[in-house]
Design a protein around this ligand. Structure first.
Ligand SMILES: [Mg+2]
Length: 280
């Protein structure tokens, strides 16, 4: 069984800032501060963390348990209004190709598709509602499960195992996100990681986090399906190790599909040609 976990914001949809507006509204109602979210760095943090930071930005002190519960309720109450406002303003978008991808995955018996998101469970459902994508997800790990993204993912896998009544090995789990935090969390849990570059992530940080697969979006499904092992790579897959004795890197492991190799081979050919021109 393969478990595929999708992040929400920037990976499935872009909700046009609805989450931040709803949280601002909730913090303002409790502290009077109108723009508590202004200086919060969202990228890949879970809602549990975001809510604490926003409250602290609004009130100047850490919230207690009761206040976090009240803030969460206010956020969830406000979120549908803000999501609807984004839809009306045509700022609610689905990431390119994601619907086709999910339909393809849903048709398979050897695959379980779930959510691995920093959003609260209620928040996740409200945000996904207008997209019509919700029906593809039978389970998930959510921002209310943990402060740590890797634990959120592990929780999702635990729920999948329960539903399917099978044991799931880390190597059978594939995490798809849009920030380096998604990638890092996947690696921390021992899962595979793939990233879309057209979301909210910083491309430099995403690249540095070194996911197994990077693509702009899902408009070309072939690399995604090859990565998931659902389609065979016509050129096969090579794995190995480079030794780099003259650099601070002692060794680097690689696993490349034939499709990547084609790019490397073209690059090497071009380099050789350029060298030949200079040396004759
Ligand atoms: Mg995201």
């Amino acid at each position: 069984m393969k478990i595929i976990l999708f992040d929400i914001d920037g990976t499935l949809i872009k909700a046009g800032g609805a989450g931040a507006r709803a949280l601002n509204h909730a913090v303002e109602a409790m502290t009077g501060h109108p723009e508590a979210c202004k200086n919060i760095i969202w990228q890949g943090a879970t809602d549990k963390t975001n809510f604490q930071n926003a409250f602290e930005a609004g009130s100047g002190r850490k919230p207690n348990k009761k206040e976090i519960a009240a803030l969460t309720q206010k956020y969830v109450d406000r979120l549908p209004v803000e999501v609807l406002a984004s839809v009306k303003a045509k700022k609610y978008l689905k990431v390119k190709g994601v619907e086709k991808f999910l339909i393809k995955l849903s048709g398979r018996k050897d695959v379980m598709v779930g959510l691995g998101t920093g959003n609260l469970k209620d928040g996740a459902f409200i945000k996904l509602e207008p997209s019509g994508l919700l029906k593809h997800f039978a389970f998930g790990g959510y921002g209310c499960d943990s402060h740590h993204r890797s634990e959120v993912l592990e929780k999702a896998v635990e729920r999948a195992a329960k539903i399917a009544c099978v044991k799931i090995k880390p190597g059978e789990v594939f995490v798809i996100g849009d920030t380096h935090r998604d990638v890092e969390a996947a690696k921390e849990a021992g899962y595979h990681s793939g990233a879309v570059l057209d979301g909210f992530g910083d491309p430099q940080l995403v690249m540095r986090s070194n996911p197994e697969l990077m693509a702009k979006d899902f408009s070309n499904l072939k690399p995604w399906l090859i990565w998931l092992g659902l389609v065979k790579d016509p050129k096969g897959v090579r794995r190995g190790t480079y030794i780099c004795p003259d650099s601070p890197i002692e060794h680097a492991h690689y696993g490349r599909t034939g499709m990547d190799l084609r790019d490397i081979e073209t690059g090497m050919k071009k380099l050789r040609e350029a060298k030949k021109k200079i040396t004759g």
